[in-house]
Design a protein around this ligand. Structure first.
Ligand code: B12
Ligand code: SF4
Length: 467
Protein backbone atom coordinates (compact mmCIF):
# COMPACT_ATOMS: atom_id res chain seq x y z
CA UNK A 1 0.00 0.00 0.00
CA UNK A 2 1.36 3.44 -0.93
CA UNK A 3 0.95 5.88 1.93
CA UNK A 4 0.86 9.14 -0.03
CA UNK A 5 -0.53 10.81 -3.14
CA UNK A 6 1.72 13.83 -3.31
CA UNK A 7 4.97 14.11 -1.33
CA UNK A 8 6.99 17.29 -0.93
CA UNK A 9 10.78 16.98 -0.55
CA UNK A 10 11.81 20.24 1.09
CA UNK A 11 15.22 21.86 1.47
CA UNK A 12 14.38 24.40 4.22
CA UNK A 13 17.59 26.48 3.98
CA UNK A 14 17.63 30.02 2.62
CA UNK A 15 19.15 33.40 3.39
CA UNK A 16 22.48 35.06 2.80
CA UNK A 17 24.69 32.85 4.92
CA UNK A 18 24.05 29.86 2.68
CA UNK A 19 24.04 31.93 -0.50
CA UNK A 20 27.36 30.58 -1.70
CA UNK A 21 26.39 27.02 -0.92
CA UNK A 22 23.28 27.74 -3.04
CA UNK A 23 25.60 26.75 -5.83
CA UNK A 24 25.03 23.04 -5.12
CA UNK A 25 21.80 21.04 -4.99
CA UNK A 26 20.67 19.28 -1.78
CA UNK A 27 22.17 15.94 -2.83
CA UNK A 28 20.93 13.83 0.10
CA UNK A 29 17.35 15.06 -0.34
CA UNK A 30 17.50 14.37 -4.06
CA UNK A 31 18.55 10.79 -3.31
CA UNK A 32 15.51 10.49 -1.02
CA UNK A 33 13.17 11.94 -3.67
CA UNK A 34 14.58 9.52 -6.27
CA UNK A 35 14.05 6.54 -3.95
CA UNK A 36 10.37 7.43 -3.48
CA UNK A 37 9.64 8.50 -7.01
CA UNK A 38 9.02 5.16 -8.61
CA UNK A 39 6.87 3.87 -5.77
CA UNK A 40 3.60 5.44 -6.84
CA UNK A 41 2.63 8.95 -5.75
CA UNK A 42 3.77 12.29 -7.14
CA UNK A 43 6.94 13.89 -5.74
CA UNK A 44 7.64 17.64 -5.77
CA UNK A 45 11.03 19.00 -4.77
CA UNK A 46 11.31 22.54 -3.39
CA UNK A 47 14.66 24.15 -2.65
CA UNK A 48 13.79 27.28 -0.67
CA UNK A 49 17.04 29.01 -1.67
CA UNK A 50 15.41 29.43 -5.08
CA UNK A 51 11.74 29.77 -4.05
CA UNK A 52 11.31 33.25 -2.66
CA UNK A 53 7.52 33.05 -2.39
CA UNK A 54 7.70 29.94 -0.19
CA UNK A 55 10.27 31.43 2.18
CA UNK A 56 7.16 32.74 3.95
CA UNK A 57 5.96 29.81 6.11
CA UNK A 58 2.33 30.94 5.67
CA UNK A 59 2.54 30.72 1.87
CA UNK A 60 4.32 27.37 2.05
CA UNK A 61 1.76 26.04 4.57
CA UNK A 62 -1.05 27.05 2.23
CA UNK A 63 0.57 25.08 -0.60
CA UNK A 64 1.17 22.09 1.68
CA UNK A 65 -2.45 22.09 2.95
CA UNK A 66 -3.80 22.22 -0.59
CA UNK A 67 -1.53 19.69 -2.21
CA UNK A 68 0.65 17.61 0.07
CA UNK A 69 0.03 14.53 2.20
CA UNK A 70 3.68 13.65 3.01
CA UNK A 71 6.28 16.26 3.89
CA UNK A 72 9.97 15.18 3.77
CA UNK A 73 12.44 17.71 5.14
CA UNK A 74 16.25 17.56 5.03
CA UNK A 75 18.18 19.10 7.95
CA UNK A 76 21.90 18.79 7.31
CA UNK A 77 23.91 21.71 8.62
CA UNK A 78 25.05 22.86 12.02
CA UNK A 79 24.62 26.46 10.95
CA UNK A 80 21.08 27.94 10.97
CA UNK A 81 19.76 24.97 12.93
CA UNK A 82 17.64 27.21 15.19
CA UNK A 83 16.17 29.15 12.23
CA UNK A 84 15.34 25.94 10.40
CA UNK A 85 13.59 24.49 13.49
CA UNK A 86 11.52 27.69 13.85
CA UNK A 87 10.57 27.51 10.19
CA UNK A 88 9.66 23.81 10.13
CA UNK A 89 7.62 24.12 13.33
CA UNK A 90 5.29 26.58 11.55
CA UNK A 91 4.32 24.09 8.84
CA UNK A 92 0.93 22.31 9.03
CA UNK A 93 0.82 19.78 11.90
CA UNK A 94 -1.93 17.74 10.22
CA UNK A 95 0.39 16.73 7.33
CA UNK A 96 2.59 13.69 8.02
CA UNK A 97 6.14 15.08 8.39
CA UNK A 98 9.37 13.12 8.24
CA UNK A 99 12.77 14.70 8.70
CA UNK A 100 16.22 13.32 7.90
CA UNK A 101 19.81 14.45 7.37
CA UNK A 102 23.12 14.67 9.19
CA UNK A 103 22.06 17.30 11.70
CA UNK A 104 18.57 15.82 12.20
CA UNK A 105 20.20 12.52 13.16
CA UNK A 106 22.53 14.19 15.64
CA UNK A 107 19.65 16.18 17.18
CA UNK A 108 16.76 13.72 17.22
CA UNK A 109 15.48 14.54 20.72
CA UNK A 110 15.87 18.28 20.38
CA UNK A 111 14.10 18.29 16.99
CA UNK A 112 11.09 16.41 18.37
CA UNK A 113 10.99 18.93 21.26
CA UNK A 114 11.34 22.03 19.12
CA UNK A 115 9.00 20.95 16.31
CA UNK A 116 5.83 19.31 17.67
CA UNK A 117 4.63 18.80 14.08
CA UNK A 118 7.46 16.37 13.22
CA UNK A 119 6.09 12.81 13.22
CA UNK A 120 9.23 10.85 12.33
CA UNK A 121 12.98 11.23 12.00
CA UNK A 122 15.01 8.99 9.70
CA UNK A 123 18.42 8.48 11.31
CA UNK A 124 21.47 8.08 9.05
CA UNK A 125 21.23 7.25 5.36
CA UNK A 126 17.57 7.40 4.47
CA UNK A 127 16.90 5.62 1.16
CA UNK A 128 15.76 2.30 2.63
CA UNK A 129 13.84 4.04 5.44
CA UNK A 130 11.77 6.27 3.16
CA UNK A 131 10.90 3.35 0.88
CA UNK A 132 9.53 1.38 3.83
CA UNK A 133 7.55 4.37 5.05
CA UNK A 134 5.87 5.09 1.74
CA UNK A 135 5.11 1.44 1.07
CA UNK A 136 3.32 1.15 4.41
CA UNK A 137 5.70 -0.96 6.53
CA UNK A 138 4.74 -0.79 10.24
CA UNK A 139 6.84 1.95 11.90
CA UNK A 140 8.01 -0.45 14.61
CA UNK A 141 9.70 -2.59 11.95
CA UNK A 142 11.62 0.20 10.19
CA UNK A 143 15.22 0.17 11.38
CA UNK A 144 16.78 3.62 11.73
CA UNK A 145 13.40 5.30 12.41
CA UNK A 146 12.45 7.40 15.45
CA UNK A 147 8.72 8.20 15.72
CA UNK A 148 6.06 9.47 18.07
CA UNK A 149 3.66 6.99 19.60
CA UNK A 150 1.12 7.71 22.33
CA UNK A 151 2.86 10.90 23.41
CA UNK A 152 6.36 9.46 23.59
CA UNK A 153 9.22 9.01 21.12
CA UNK A 154 10.23 5.50 20.06
CA UNK A 155 13.75 4.94 18.67
CA UNK A 156 14.09 1.81 16.56
CA UNK A 157 17.44 0.05 16.33
CA UNK A 158 20.15 1.35 13.98
CA UNK A 159 19.71 0.54 10.29
CA UNK A 160 22.43 -1.21 8.30
CA UNK A 161 24.08 1.06 5.72
CA UNK A 162 22.29 0.84 2.37
CA UNK A 163 23.96 -0.82 -0.60
CA UNK A 164 24.80 2.07 -2.93
CA UNK A 165 25.10 -0.14 -5.97
CA UNK A 166 21.30 -0.45 -6.05
CA UNK A 167 20.23 3.04 -4.91
CA UNK A 168 18.69 5.12 -7.73
CA UNK A 169 20.70 8.26 -8.48
CA UNK A 170 19.12 11.71 -8.15
CA UNK A 171 16.47 12.46 -10.75
CA UNK A 172 17.34 15.93 -12.03
CA UNK A 173 13.99 16.31 -13.78
CA UNK A 174 12.52 17.13 -10.35
CA UNK A 175 14.47 20.41 -10.29
CA UNK A 176 12.80 23.63 -11.32
CA UNK A 177 15.94 25.68 -11.90
CA UNK A 178 19.67 25.56 -12.52
CA UNK A 179 22.17 25.95 -9.69
CA UNK A 180 24.35 29.06 -10.07
CA UNK A 181 27.06 30.94 -8.18
CA UNK A 182 25.14 33.71 -6.43
CA UNK A 183 26.62 35.92 -3.73
CA UNK A 184 24.53 38.56 -1.94
CA UNK A 185 21.91 38.26 -4.63
CA UNK A 186 24.41 38.82 -7.46
CA UNK A 187 25.12 36.05 -10.00
CA UNK A 188 28.90 35.77 -10.32
CA UNK A 189 29.42 33.23 -13.09
CA UNK A 190 27.58 32.14 -16.20
CA UNK A 191 28.41 28.52 -15.33
CA UNK A 192 25.81 26.21 -13.82
CA UNK A 193 26.74 23.73 -11.07
CA UNK A 194 25.86 20.23 -9.92
CA UNK A 195 27.16 17.48 -7.64
CA UNK A 196 27.71 13.81 -8.28
CA UNK A 197 28.52 11.09 -5.80
CA UNK A 198 30.43 8.12 -7.18
CA UNK A 199 31.40 6.49 -3.86
CA UNK A 200 30.43 6.73 -0.21
CA UNK A 201 32.81 6.48 2.72
CA UNK A 202 36.59 6.68 2.98
CA UNK A 203 39.03 3.99 4.11
CA UNK A 204 41.41 6.43 5.88
CA UNK A 205 41.21 7.21 9.59
CA UNK A 206 42.23 10.85 10.08
CA UNK A 207 41.60 11.56 13.72
CA UNK A 208 39.65 14.82 13.39
CA UNK A 209 37.39 13.65 10.57
CA UNK A 210 33.83 12.38 10.71
CA UNK A 211 33.32 12.50 6.94
CA UNK A 212 33.54 8.75 6.69
CA UNK A 213 31.29 8.16 9.70
CA UNK A 214 27.58 8.37 9.18
CA UNK A 215 25.85 10.57 11.77
CA UNK A 216 25.36 7.58 14.05
CA UNK A 217 29.06 7.08 14.39
CA UNK A 218 28.85 4.01 12.13
CA UNK A 219 32.03 3.96 10.06
CA UNK A 220 30.83 4.18 6.47
CA UNK A 221 32.61 1.41 4.65
CA UNK A 222 34.16 2.65 1.43
CA UNK A 223 31.75 1.61 -1.34
CA UNK A 224 31.93 2.27 -5.06
CA UNK A 225 29.09 2.68 -7.50
CA UNK A 226 29.52 0.73 -10.73
CA UNK A 227 31.32 3.03 -13.20
CA UNK A 228 28.62 2.41 -15.84
CA UNK A 229 25.99 3.81 -13.46
CA UNK A 230 28.17 6.90 -12.81
CA UNK A 231 28.47 7.55 -16.55
CA UNK A 232 24.74 6.98 -17.03
CA UNK A 233 24.08 9.61 -14.34
CA UNK A 234 26.65 11.97 -15.79
CA UNK A 235 24.83 11.88 -19.11
CA UNK A 236 21.76 13.34 -17.36
CA UNK A 237 23.77 16.27 -15.94
CA UNK A 238 23.31 19.50 -17.86
CA UNK A 239 25.44 21.73 -15.56
CA UNK A 240 28.82 23.03 -16.71
CA UNK A 241 30.65 22.39 -13.43
CA UNK A 242 30.35 19.11 -11.51
CA UNK A 243 31.56 18.70 -7.92
CA UNK A 244 32.43 15.05 -7.35
CA UNK A 245 31.40 15.08 -3.73
CA UNK A 246 33.07 11.77 -2.83
CA UNK A 247 35.23 12.12 0.28
CA UNK A 248 38.23 11.31 -1.93
CA UNK A 249 37.58 10.76 -5.64
CA UNK A 250 40.98 9.07 -6.15
CA UNK A 251 40.76 6.48 -3.35
CA UNK A 252 40.95 3.71 -5.95
CA UNK A 253 43.21 5.13 -8.71
CA UNK A 254 42.41 2.31 -11.16
CA UNK A 255 38.72 3.08 -10.94
CA UNK A 256 39.34 6.84 -11.22
CA UNK A 257 41.38 6.18 -14.34
CA UNK A 258 38.61 4.02 -15.75
CA UNK A 259 36.08 6.78 -15.08
CA UNK A 260 38.31 9.34 -16.79
CA UNK A 261 38.62 7.03 -19.81
CA UNK A 262 34.84 6.66 -19.98
CA UNK A 263 34.30 10.43 -19.68
CA UNK A 264 36.69 10.97 -22.59
CA UNK A 265 35.22 8.10 -24.65
CA UNK A 266 31.66 9.36 -24.14
CA UNK A 267 32.74 12.92 -25.05
CA UNK A 268 31.31 14.30 -21.81
CA UNK A 269 32.47 17.90 -21.60
CA UNK A 270 32.34 19.27 -18.06
CA UNK A 271 34.55 21.10 -15.61
CA UNK A 272 35.14 18.62 -12.79
CA UNK A 273 35.97 19.58 -9.21
CA UNK A 274 37.25 16.72 -7.05
CA UNK A 275 38.04 16.29 -3.38
CA UNK A 276 41.27 14.36 -2.99
CA UNK A 277 44.26 13.44 -0.83
CA UNK A 278 47.85 14.22 -1.89
CA UNK A 279 48.31 10.51 -2.70
CA UNK A 280 46.86 11.16 -6.16
CA UNK A 281 50.25 12.67 -7.10
CA UNK A 282 51.73 9.14 -7.06
CA UNK A 283 49.70 8.34 -10.17
CA UNK A 284 50.81 10.60 -13.03
CA UNK A 285 48.93 8.49 -15.59
CA UNK A 286 45.68 9.11 -13.70
CA UNK A 287 46.53 12.82 -13.51
CA UNK A 288 47.18 12.95 -17.27
CA UNK A 289 43.81 11.36 -17.95
CA UNK A 290 42.04 13.52 -15.38
CA UNK A 291 43.37 16.62 -17.11
CA UNK A 292 42.12 15.34 -20.47
CA UNK A 293 38.73 14.43 -18.97
CA UNK A 294 38.15 18.01 -17.79
CA UNK A 295 39.28 17.92 -14.15
CA UNK A 296 40.23 21.48 -13.28
CA UNK A 297 39.95 21.91 -9.52
CA UNK A 298 41.40 19.74 -6.79
CA UNK A 299 40.27 20.32 -3.20
CA UNK A 300 43.06 18.80 -1.12
CA UNK A 301 43.10 18.05 2.60
CA UNK A 302 46.57 18.99 3.87
CA UNK A 303 45.58 20.14 7.37
CA UNK A 304 49.03 21.15 8.67
CA UNK A 305 52.60 21.85 7.54
CA UNK A 306 53.99 20.33 10.73
CA UNK A 307 54.96 16.66 11.05
CA UNK A 308 54.11 16.58 14.75
CA UNK A 309 50.55 17.76 14.05
CA UNK A 310 50.11 15.64 10.94
CA UNK A 311 51.01 12.67 13.14
CA UNK A 312 48.65 13.80 15.88
CA UNK A 313 45.83 14.03 13.31
CA UNK A 314 46.82 10.62 11.86
CA UNK A 315 46.86 12.16 8.42
CA UNK A 316 49.20 9.49 7.11
CA UNK A 317 51.80 11.74 5.44
CA UNK A 318 54.62 14.14 6.30
CA UNK A 319 55.51 17.70 5.30
CA UNK A 320 58.11 16.36 2.87
CA UNK A 321 55.52 14.11 1.24
CA UNK A 322 53.23 17.13 0.81
CA UNK A 323 56.11 19.03 -0.86
CA UNK A 324 56.87 16.07 -3.13
CA UNK A 325 53.21 15.72 -4.11
CA UNK A 326 52.92 19.42 -4.98
CA UNK A 327 56.09 19.26 -7.06
CA UNK A 328 54.09 16.85 -9.26
CA UNK A 329 50.64 18.46 -9.03
CA UNK A 330 51.91 21.92 -10.01
CA UNK A 331 53.19 20.47 -13.32
CA UNK A 332 49.56 20.29 -14.40
CA UNK A 333 47.04 23.00 -15.09
CA UNK A 334 44.87 22.13 -12.10
CA UNK A 335 43.57 24.82 -9.76
CA UNK A 336 44.82 23.62 -6.36
CA UNK A 337 42.88 24.49 -3.22
CA UNK A 338 44.17 23.34 0.18
CA UNK A 339 42.33 22.81 3.47
CA UNK A 340 44.14 23.48 6.74
CA UNK A 341 43.30 23.16 10.42
CA UNK A 342 44.80 25.50 13.01
CA UNK A 343 44.54 25.70 16.80
CA UNK A 344 45.64 22.06 17.11
CA UNK A 345 46.71 20.60 20.43
CA UNK A 346 50.11 22.01 21.41
CA UNK A 347 50.33 24.20 18.28
CA UNK A 348 52.07 27.53 18.85
CA UNK A 349 51.15 30.86 17.27
CA UNK A 350 54.31 30.74 15.18
CA UNK A 351 53.39 27.29 13.89
CA UNK A 352 49.86 28.42 12.99
CA UNK A 353 51.22 31.45 11.15
CA UNK A 354 53.46 29.22 9.05
CA UNK A 355 50.31 27.98 7.20
CA UNK A 356 50.16 30.90 4.67
CA UNK A 357 53.92 30.76 4.07
CA UNK A 358 53.90 27.02 3.53
CA UNK A 359 50.84 27.25 1.26
CA UNK A 360 52.75 29.71 -0.92
CA UNK A 361 55.91 27.60 -0.85
CA UNK A 362 54.07 24.59 -2.26
CA UNK A 363 52.19 26.87 -4.71
CA UNK A 364 48.63 26.36 -3.61
CA UNK A 365 46.29 28.69 -5.49
CA UNK A 366 43.91 29.19 -2.60
CA UNK A 367 43.34 27.90 0.91
CA UNK A 368 40.66 27.61 3.55
CA UNK A 369 41.58 27.09 7.17
CA UNK A 370 39.41 26.18 10.09
CA UNK A 371 39.86 25.96 13.82
CA UNK A 372 40.07 22.41 15.15
CA UNK A 373 36.48 21.29 15.85
CA UNK A 374 35.02 18.45 17.84
CA UNK A 375 32.19 16.44 16.31
CA UNK A 376 30.10 14.01 18.31
CA UNK A 377 31.83 10.88 17.05
CA UNK A 378 35.28 12.28 16.46
CA UNK A 379 38.03 10.30 18.18
CA UNK A 380 39.77 13.60 18.97
CA UNK A 381 37.08 14.30 21.55
CA UNK A 382 38.73 12.14 24.20
CA UNK A 383 42.19 13.53 23.40
CA UNK A 384 40.95 17.09 24.02
CA UNK A 385 39.13 16.05 27.17
CA UNK A 386 42.28 14.41 28.52
CA UNK A 387 44.66 17.28 27.64
CA UNK A 388 44.98 19.82 30.49
CA UNK A 389 44.31 23.40 29.39
CA UNK A 390 42.25 22.41 26.30
CA UNK A 391 38.45 22.53 26.10
CA UNK A 392 35.43 22.84 23.80
CA UNK A 393 32.14 24.49 24.64
CA UNK A 394 29.82 22.31 22.56
CA UNK A 395 29.80 19.39 20.14
CA UNK A 396 30.40 20.78 16.66
CA UNK A 397 32.22 23.75 18.18
CA UNK A 398 35.90 24.77 18.11
CA UNK A 399 38.64 23.70 20.47
CA UNK A 400 40.20 26.43 22.64
CA UNK A 401 43.01 26.42 25.17
CA UNK A 402 44.18 28.52 28.08
CA UNK A 403 46.76 30.02 25.72
CA UNK A 404 44.57 30.46 22.67
CA UNK A 405 40.99 31.43 23.43
CA UNK A 406 38.31 32.62 21.00
CA UNK A 407 39.85 36.11 20.62
CA UNK A 408 43.43 34.92 20.08
CA UNK A 409 42.44 32.31 17.50
CA UNK A 410 40.30 34.86 15.66
CA UNK A 411 43.27 37.22 15.44
CA UNK A 412 45.53 34.43 14.22
CA UNK A 413 42.88 33.45 11.64
CA UNK A 414 42.75 37.04 10.38
CA UNK A 415 46.54 37.05 10.01
CA UNK A 416 46.56 33.76 8.10
CA UNK A 417 43.90 35.23 5.80
CA UNK A 418 45.68 38.52 5.13
CA UNK A 419 49.13 36.95 4.76
CA UNK A 420 47.92 34.46 2.18
CA UNK A 421 45.37 36.57 0.30
CA UNK A 422 47.57 39.56 -0.49
CA UNK A 423 47.07 41.49 -3.74
CA UNK A 424 49.51 39.42 -5.88
CA UNK A 425 47.74 36.22 -4.75
CA UNK A 426 44.30 37.61 -5.59
CA UNK A 427 45.56 38.65 -9.03
CA UNK A 428 47.13 35.20 -9.46
CA UNK A 429 43.81 33.51 -8.59
CA UNK A 430 41.85 35.59 -11.11
CA UNK A 431 44.43 35.04 -13.84
CA UNK A 432 44.66 31.32 -13.24
CA UNK A 433 40.88 30.86 -13.06
CA UNK A 434 40.65 32.69 -16.38
CA UNK A 435 43.60 30.86 -17.99
CA UNK A 436 42.34 27.35 -17.23
CA UNK A 437 38.77 28.24 -18.22
CA UNK A 438 37.10 28.32 -14.80
CA UNK A 439 35.77 31.79 -15.55
CA UNK A 440 35.40 33.47 -18.91
CA UNK A 441 36.45 36.99 -19.86
CA UNK A 442 32.75 37.83 -19.99
CA UNK A 443 32.28 36.56 -16.42
CA UNK A 444 35.12 38.77 -15.21
CA UNK A 445 33.72 41.82 -16.98
CA UNK A 446 30.24 41.05 -15.68
CA UNK A 447 31.51 40.59 -12.09
CA UNK A 448 33.37 43.90 -12.37
CA UNK A 449 30.21 45.69 -13.49
CA UNK A 450 28.25 44.09 -10.65
CA UNK A 451 30.82 45.13 -8.03
CA UNK A 452 28.67 47.98 -6.60
CA UNK A 453 25.70 45.59 -6.19
CA UNK A 454 27.96 43.06 -4.49
CA UNK A 455 29.35 45.68 -2.09
CA UNK A 456 25.80 46.78 -1.31
CA UNK A 457 24.81 43.16 -0.54
CA UNK A 458 27.84 42.73 1.69
CA UNK A 459 27.15 45.97 3.58
CA UNK A 460 23.50 45.01 4.05
CA UNK A 461 24.48 41.61 5.45
CA UNK A 462 26.99 43.20 7.84
CA UNK A 463 24.31 45.62 9.05
CA UNK A 464 21.85 42.74 9.55
CA UNK A 465 24.47 40.82 11.55
CA UNK A 466 25.07 43.82 13.85
CA UNK A 467 21.35 44.15 14.63
C1 B12 B 1 29.94 17.51 -0.49
C2 B12 B 1 29.93 18.18 0.85
C3 B12 B 1 29.85 19.56 0.86
C4 B12 B 1 29.58 20.39 -0.37
C5 B12 B 1 28.06 20.63 -0.48
C6 B12 B 1 27.44 19.77 -1.50
C7 B12 B 1 25.93 19.77 -1.38
N1 B12 B 1 25.32 18.98 -2.18
O1 B12 B 1 25.29 20.43 -0.58
C8 B12 B 1 30.29 21.71 0.00
C9 B12 B 1 31.75 21.64 -0.43
C10 B12 B 1 29.69 22.95 -0.59
C11 B12 B 1 30.19 21.64 1.52
C12 B12 B 1 30.28 22.73 2.32
C13 B12 B 1 30.26 22.67 3.72
N2 B12 B 1 30.24 21.54 4.46
CO1 B12 B 1 30.08 19.78 3.73
N3 B12 B 1 30.06 17.99 3.21
C14 B12 B 1 29.99 17.43 2.05
C15 B12 B 1 30.10 15.91 2.19
C16 B12 B 1 31.55 15.48 1.93
C17 B12 B 1 29.19 15.07 1.32
C18 B12 B 1 27.71 15.47 1.38
C19 B12 B 1 26.93 14.51 0.58
O2 B12 B 1 26.64 14.74 -0.59
N4 B12 B 1 26.62 13.34 1.17
C20 B12 B 1 25.90 12.28 0.50
C21 B12 B 1 24.42 12.36 0.78
C22 B12 B 1 23.73 11.25 0.03
O3 B12 B 1 24.30 12.20 2.17
P1 B12 B 1 23.45 13.18 3.10
O4 B12 B 1 23.41 14.54 2.59
O5 B12 B 1 23.85 12.98 4.51
O6 B12 B 1 21.95 12.57 2.94
C23 B12 B 1 21.59 11.28 3.44
C24 B12 B 1 21.08 11.27 4.89
O7 B12 B 1 21.52 12.34 5.66
C25 B12 B 1 19.60 11.21 4.75
N5 B12 B 1 18.80 12.40 4.53
C26 B12 B 1 19.15 13.64 4.19
N6 B12 B 1 18.07 14.42 4.07
C27 B12 B 1 17.00 13.66 4.32
C28 B12 B 1 15.64 13.96 4.32
C29 B12 B 1 14.73 12.94 4.60
C30 B12 B 1 13.29 13.24 4.59
C31 B12 B 1 15.18 11.62 4.89
C32 B12 B 1 14.22 10.55 5.17
C33 B12 B 1 16.56 11.34 4.92
C34 B12 B 1 17.44 12.35 4.61
O8 B12 B 1 19.46 10.39 3.61
C35 B12 B 1 20.40 10.83 2.63
C36 B12 B 1 20.71 9.74 1.68
O9 B12 B 1 21.34 8.68 2.32
C37 B12 B 1 29.70 15.74 3.70
C38 B12 B 1 30.31 14.52 4.38
C39 B12 B 1 29.52 13.28 4.07
N7 B12 B 1 30.25 12.25 3.74
O10 B12 B 1 28.28 13.27 4.08
C40 B12 B 1 30.16 17.06 4.31
C41 B12 B 1 29.36 17.65 5.47
C42 B12 B 1 27.90 17.52 5.17
N8 B12 B 1 29.78 19.05 5.44
C43 B12 B 1 29.94 19.58 6.60
C44 B12 B 1 30.34 20.92 6.83
C45 B12 B 1 30.66 21.28 8.27
C46 B12 B 1 30.43 21.84 5.78
C47 B12 B 1 30.78 23.33 5.91
C48 B12 B 1 30.08 24.05 7.03
C49 B12 B 1 32.31 23.42 5.98
C50 B12 B 1 32.80 24.83 6.16
N9 B12 B 1 33.14 25.14 7.38
O11 B12 B 1 32.84 25.57 5.23
C51 B12 B 1 30.37 23.91 4.53
C52 B12 B 1 29.16 24.82 4.60
C53 B12 B 1 27.84 24.26 4.20
C54 B12 B 1 26.65 25.17 4.58
N10 B12 B 1 25.51 24.96 3.97
O12 B12 B 1 26.71 26.05 5.39
C55 B12 B 1 29.64 18.58 7.69
C56 B12 B 1 28.25 18.83 8.29
C57 B12 B 1 28.26 18.77 9.79
C58 B12 B 1 27.10 19.61 10.29
N11 B12 B 1 26.14 18.98 10.93
O13 B12 B 1 27.09 20.80 10.08
C59 B12 B 1 29.75 17.21 6.93
C60 B12 B 1 28.85 16.10 7.45
C61 B12 B 1 31.22 16.77 7.02
C62 B12 B 1 31.70 16.57 8.45
N12 B12 B 1 31.56 15.43 9.02
O14 B12 B 1 32.23 17.51 9.02
N13 B12 B 1 30.04 20.35 1.93
S1 SF4 C 1 40.07 13.72 6.14
FE1 SF4 C 1 39.69 12.92 4.09
S2 SF4 C 1 41.12 11.19 3.93
FE2 SF4 C 1 40.94 11.64 6.10
S3 SF4 C 1 39.33 10.24 6.83
FE3 SF4 C 1 38.38 12.20 6.31
S4 SF4 C 1 37.65 11.98 4.21
FE4 SF4 C 1 39.14 10.34 4.60
Amino acid sequence: MIRYKHALALNPYFGDSTALIGVFPPTGLEYIAASMKDLGGKVTLLDLRYEKAYQDPKALSQFIRNEIDLLCVSIRWESRFGDVCDFVSQLPPEVCTIVGGYKATAEVESLFDRCPNIDMIARGEGEDIIKQIVTGAPYKDIRGLSYRENGRVVHNEIAPLPDITRIPFPDRSLRKHNYCLVKHGVRLSSNTFDTLLTTRGCPFKCKFCTFSLNPLGQKRSYTERPVESVIEELKTVTADVVLLSDDNFFTNPNRSEQLCDLIIENKIKKIFVAQTRIDVAKHPRVLDKAEKAGFKVFLIGIESPHDRILKQLQKGFTQQQVRDAFAVLTQYDFYLHGYFIYGNIGETEEEMLYIPKFAKEIKLDSITFQKLRIERFSSLKEVVEETPGYYYNRIGGSVYSNHYGRKELKQIGNRIQSEFYDLPQVIHIIRKAWRIGLVSGLDLMDAFLKLPLLMYGLARRKAQKKR
